[in-house]
Write a protein of this length. Sequence first.
Length: 121
Amino acid sequence: MIDSKALQRAILVGTLLQITLAVLGYYSPWIMAHAFLFGGMMISATSGFLYAQDVGPGYARAMFAGAVAGGVCGFVGIALSVGLQDTPPSFLWLGTAIAILTGAVGGLWGQVSFAMKSRGW
C-alpha cells in the first residue's frame, strides 16, 4: 500500500520547488534558457526519490508512487509556467509525461538507497 502521508510530503516538497523554479525562470532568462528543463526533471526525480527513501515500499510501489509524486509536482510547475506564458501550452502534457517518468526513476533510486541503508551501507 502507498503511504499517503509520505506521498503528500514528497508532493508538497516537489510542488514548492517546481513553483520556485517557474518563478525564477519567469524573472531570469538565463535560468529559462539553461536550467529550466533539467531543473524541472531533477525536481520530479527528487520528489520520487524522497518518497521511496522515506518509506522503502519495494521497487514497483516506489516507482509508482514516485511517478505520482513527480507527475503531480511537474504538472503544477508546468501549468504555472504556461500561465506565466513562459512555456507553450502544447508542452503541458509532454512535460507532465516527462515528469512522471523522471519521478518513477527517482522512486527506483530511492528504493535502492533505502535498501542500502537497511543493509548498513
